[in-house]
Design a protein around this ligand. Structure first.
Ligand code: PDD
Length: 285
């Protein structure tokens, strides 16, 4: 079965779907994106993803290509046309097509919109969670506006590749101050021996993850204490547990950092419970 993509007003087989070579997303990474989890054929936390999308667009002064309602219809249509039961839906908006010039194009240039969806292997994801993942630390080298979910992901690509070459799944950025900011495509968390869950404040240095926000609601409900503060890789190595969060990972236990085991080197009970109960505070549509 051929996958279907939405590209600027048309649903097309993926192999025929293409964008103009002068699209500013292609030439300058001048665009933003969102990734939502699909579960049971429904999209998870659309309003939160849409709110972050609108904020990213505002910060970069890119117009919405269509109304929120219409965009939501397209997301659901792409999920349905690709028969995704469990997986992800990806959307990307760029500043549009114009002759290459760093300055913004004329106001009439329409933003480009691409939406794709694909199935993921649920069992494989669960197996990773039951084993836990390895993390490798890398120096923070991104621009300061990591709060914007832009498609300019070259430092993230290089960090993830470095991790992979060291036998790790995810990379954790460590700032010049010695503190972990976040993962190359996830937020970073630890659990102290006192059972306190710690993650960096979303005010600076990280992307405000949707999964992070939902998890904070769950922590409150479970009366698990949360501290929003930075931590170092050394504190993480000495912690009881560590995990990462992202739309397609949910709560994914981390069992080693730079080859050093965390706790007993196996996923811990807090991460396991948070993963199991995660969707209690998600919105499905
Ligand atoms: N990444 N931090 C970064 C740098 C990310 O790229 C992501 C998500 C997150 C977690 O955000 P959320 O919980 O909203 O997924 C944090 C997506 C999944 C990606 O790039 O594929």
């Amino acid at each position: 079965m051929s996958r279907i993509a939405y590209v600027n007003g048309q649903y097309r087989p993926l192999r025929d779907a293409s964008v103009n070579i002068e699209d500013r997303g292609y030439q300058f990474a001048d665009g933003v994106y969102e990734v939502c989890e699909v579960r049971g054929g429904r999209i998870v936390d659309v309003p939160r993803h849409m709110a972050r999308l609108q904020r990213s667009l505002r910060e970069l002064r890119i117009a919405m290509p269509m109304s929120l309602a219409a965009l939501t219809v397209v997301l659901h249509e792409v999920v349905a046309r690709n028969h995704v039961h469990y997986g992800l839906v990806y959307l990307q908006i760029t500043r549009g097509v114009a002759r290459r010039d760093h300055v913004f194009p004329a106001p009439g240039v329409r933003p480009s919109l691409v939406v794709t969806a694909r199935s993921l292997n649920f069992e494989k994801n669960q197996l990773s969670a039951s084993r836990g993942i390895a993390v490798a630390t890398v120096p923070e080298n991104r621009w300061p506006r990591v709060d914007i979910k832009t498609v300019a992901l070259l430092p993230n690509v290089l960090a993830r590749q470095t991790a992979r070459e060291q036998g790790a799944y995810e990379a954790w950025y460590v700032g010049a101050d010695g503190f972990v900011t976040e993962g190359s495509a996830s937020n970073a968390w630890i659990v102290t021996h006192a059972g306190v869950v710690v993650t960096r404040s979303a005010e600076r240095g990280i992307l405000a993850g949707v999964t992070r926000a939902v998890l904070i609601n769950l922590l409150a409900d479970l009366q698990i204490k949360l501290e929003e503060r930075p931590f170092t890789p050394e504190e993480a190595c000495g912690a009881a547990e560590a995990f990462v969060t992202a739309a397609t990972q949910l709560v994914m236990p981390v069992v080693t950092i730079d080859g050093k085991p965390i706790g007993d080197g196996a996923p811990g009970p807090v991460a396991r419970r948070l993963r199991e109960e995660f969707h209690r505070f998600s919105e499905f549509s």
